[in-house]
Write a protein of this length. Sequence first.
Length: 409
Amino acid sequence: MKRFKTLLNEAKLTHLEHIEDAIFDDGYSGGVEALKILDNIAHTLAGNSKKPLNIQAKVDGAPSIVAGINPENGKFFVGTKAVFNRNPKINYTAADVDKNHGNAGSLAEKMKIALKEFPKMGIKGIIQGDFMFIPSDIKKETIDDEKYITFTPNTITYAIPAGTDLAKKITNAKVGVVWHTTYSGDTIADLSAHFSINISKLKKTKDVWFTDTNFSDVSGTASLTIDEMKFIQKRLTSAKKELSLLDKKSLEIMFGKTEIAFNMKIYINDLTKQGKKFSGRQQAVGGFIEFLRKRYNPMIKKLKTEKGRAKKQSSLEDLINIINKNRKIGGTLAYALQWHDDVADIKLMLVKKMEKVNKIPAFIKTSTGYEVTGPEGFVAIDTLSNSAVKLVNRLEFSKNNFNAIKNWG
């Protein structure tokens, strides 16, 4: 269970895992942990959680921005997640930006603006967030006969009603950012991430529009009713029973840091691109095997030597044989996929509740105009273990992320 619980605690915030994928990452123990987190989220939304859980809304900004004071030299810097590379790209000056990001025009421009404007916030230590806009990103648009100012940092277009105080603040700002993570440590290499931030400690300046990602439901619209809570608890109990029926040894063979687990995530993403879910346990297993062949066969054909092709073909057949020739493993994989879908359904119920608290209207740009969408998703953070997982409407946002019209310049 170590990898799932401390995936982010022991490293920088570079990647978040989908909660339903826990079974692929850590087998049985990952599944147990995922169900505990979902149960805790449900109790949080029902207003009776006794465990410390922090829920943050995910924003669809780009790029990820890291800024603050380098503890090694006391200098202010900005950077992308490349700050955490083995050979870090840290920008102290505009010349550093040209050196590190000179080939990425719009990124270099944003880094230079951040380098100039972010010190006005009086950042202590190091923080991370999502870049939302610079003035050239702001547009005036009419959507469904309503006037908005909009910006599209990545996939989602955020729209603020024109003429509002928020619209004026954003229009007057030179840069916009949403902060979500604080770091501590004596060196860049040894930084530890803490998935929260107190933006009240930052100085306000008209030149930087900033906020945080803390989820707050002051209206009560995301609260679970008694009947909804009973239904979710029934689904969680069913998922726990499903998990208990899985063969733990088979899970250990298939999942964790294995080729099967690695390919399974690619398979799920492939289905997501098509807007599809598993159609049933056995069909899902058959679909996975078919996917393996389609994925490996082009790689095999590209290899230049017969020996190399034979080796890769053997690797493919070994993967398939693990599933096909051991009934217990094949059956466990089928039920693990069913568990994955059931947990995704429970997660979606909770996400759709939380989506009702939408501070800024969000849209997806299509070939025919704009379509209303929910926020990117949420992050559930256990404040005791400082571990976090991603809660995303996968079939909506992830599909949009793969297929939306983007204008990244």
